[in-house]
Design a binder for this molecule. Structure first.
Ligand code: GLC
Length: 556
């Protein structure tokens, strides 16, 4: 495998709106990120992904871009951004922006021009169709945020446009070469500026089944999940190859795709040697327990299901490339609240979950706050579920017959705002995030869970994450963790999540994913204990006794 500059790094996702507010307006900003670069360096971070900071009406929190070439004044200025690039570079930290090119905002000038003249040049940048009241729509696809994906074109009662996400996020017409050229030009503009690459949003959606047609309805609304359309869509590779050849390759950019629904046989095309992207997120665990009926019908995975999904992802990627591994992001519940059973969420189990994820083969991404074990929102307030996904989920749940309380409980768990609450820096007002009123209330647990407290305590979750990133980036075991093979170990033993990483050394990584102790046979004698989330390890000749949620990293 050809070595790449990004292989041995640990990446970190910043959700700028909730990271650190330096102006007192309740919204995080670029100067806040600048202030914390040393902190991130100390944590062992080498790549930073910033969720969108471009100009946006923030209907979908910046994933609706109205100007790809400018920073939204809420977050700062282009000077701030340039300074961030420069300061990050000094610390050997590469910056990634979010590339949101399946759709733009309805406030983007392209869409405004399309509305002004649907038959002109910019009308071709979108999917606009003629339509008259009473006629069937071109297709029955359900938008991700609920309802039909067709909406009347403003100012044109006889026309409609396509939006797979919110109606204020019109889909861009990738079949149009002019549009594509315009996007590549924009990508190159950022890369020429010194940006290291991109996280690429919702990219699988750029290829539509054309001409538009219906797919089998999967709910009583008569609509069909976009998943059906994606399974039938062919030819996305032509677009992705063209994009890579026109921008990413020549800049040696690092790119990580948000790719749900990739076809199994396409993985090598996506992220193999000369793939469209450098990496893509492993969402095998994320989608466990989800059904097409809606959030109300979803269930949480058991530890065994979680382990099986990780092993499956590792198996399929072994000879292809590197997945990017996560336990959470800005669209998911907090990993510790989702994958650890209720009542068993504590510092020991949080360290285990983080350790299992960070030491797997692939590029680890830490989502802001994960390194201090931030949890889901504990008690409901309106803002807890006030986001596009949970709002629609709530409506669907009530329609399905759930009571208000039942529906709310479900939405509370899956609300995207769980990971969007402000970062908990310390125990002062608003967790040190803002001197004003935070745009989203701070999690009520911040007096107990905050960075300042954990920085001063050697056995904290934070200090454990530092040890994990050190193993991967700066220890003598670095190459084994980065390039070594991954082999499941004692996969049949219930709630034992263990694997071998083999390279120059052989390393056994093992977590006891339950409260009860269990013993684990050793494959060979222990040479060194590299990490342990408890003070002791019950090691005998050929086996170790693992306490509840104990996590050990052993050279054998
Ligand atoms: C991606 C983003 C999500 C956003 C959606 C539409 O899934 O991660 O936050 O709502 O795309 O852009």
């Amino acid at each position: 495998m050809k070595k790449k500059w990004w292989h041995g790094k640990v990446a970190y996702q910043i959700y700028p709106k909730s990271f650190l507010d330096t102006t007192g307006n309740g919204i995080g900003d670029l100067r806040g990120i600048l202030q914390k670069l040393d902190y991130l360096k100390d944590l062992g971070i080498g790549i930073l992904w910033l969720s969108p900071i471009y100009c946006s009406p923030l209907v979908d929190q910046g994933y609706d871009i109205s100007d790809y070439y400018n920073i939204d004044p809420l977050f700062g200025t282009m000077d701030d951004f340039n300074e961030l690039l420069e300061e990050a570079k000094k610390r050997d930290i590469a910056i990634l922006m979010d590339l949101v090119i399946n759709h733009c905002s309805d406030e983007h000038e392209w869409f405004k021009k399309a509305c002004a003249d649907p038959d002109g040049k910019y009308g071709q940048y979108f999917y606009i169709r003629d339509w008259h009241e009473g006629e069937p729509l071109p297709c029955n696809w359900r938008s991700y945020f609920g309802g039909s994906c067709w909406e009347p074109l403003p100012g044109h009662p006889d026309k409609i446009y396509l939006h797979l996400f919110h109606k204020r996020q019109p889909d861009l017409n990738w079949e149009n070469p002019d549009l594509r050229a315009e996007l590549y030009q924009m990508i190159n503009w950022w890369l020429d500026k010194g940006l290291a690459g991109f996280r690429i949003d919702a990219i699988i959606n750029i290829k539509k089944v054309l001409p538009f047609r219906d797919f089998p309805a999967d709910r009583e609304d008569g609509l069909s999940s976009i998943d059906h359309m994606l399974a039938a869509a062919d030819g996305i590779g032509d677009f992705l190859k063209e994009m890579a050849e026109n921008s990413f390759y020549s800049h040696d950019a690092f790119t990580v795709g948000e790719v749900f629904n990739a076809k199994d046989d396409a993985l090598a095309d996506f992220i193999g040697e000369n793939g469209y992207f450098s990496s893509m997120f492993d969402f095998k665990e994320t989608i466990l327990g989800r059904t097409p009926l809606g959030i109300y019908d979803w269930s949480r995975p058991t530890p065994e299901q979680y382990k099986t999904a990780v092993f499956e992802a590792q198996r399929e990627m072994a000879n292809i490339g590197f997945y990017s591994n996560i336990i959470e992001n800005h669209d998911q519940p907090r990993g510790v609240s989702h994958y650890l059973p209720d009542g068993e969420i504590n510092e020991t189990s949080k360290k285990m979950l983080g350790g299992l994820s960070l030491l797997s083969r692939g590029l680890p991404f830490i989502y802001q706050g994960q390194e201090i074990g931030m949890e889901n929102i504990h008690s409901w307030n309106k803002s807890a579920t006030d986001e596009l996904g949970a709002k629609d989920g709530f409506k669907v749940a009530l329609e399905a017959g759930l009571t208000r309380e039942e529906a709310l409980e479900k939405m509370m768990h899956y609300s995207r705002n769980n990971t969007r609450t402000p970062f908990q820096w310390d125990a002062t007002k608003n967790a040190g995030f803002s001197s004003g009123t935070p745009w989203l209330p701070v999690n009520s647990d911040y007096a107990a869970i905050n960075l300042a407290e954990q920085q001063s305590r050697p056995d904290s979750v934070f200090q454990f994450y530092r040890k994990l990133t050190h193993l991967r980036t700066a220890s003598p075991y670095r190459d084994t963790f980065v390039y070594g093979t991954f082999t499941p170990y004692l996969a049949e033993q219930k709630n034992l999540f263990a694997y071998l990483r083999e390279g120059e050394q052989t390393i056994l990584v093992a977590g006891n994913f339950q409260n009860e102790p269990q013993t684990m046979k050793l494959p060979a004698k222990i040479k060194a204990v590299l990490l342990n989330n408890l003070p002791e390890i019950g090691a005998l000749e050929n086996e170790v006794r693992l306490e509840g949620y104990q996590f050990v990293v052993l050279e054998v």
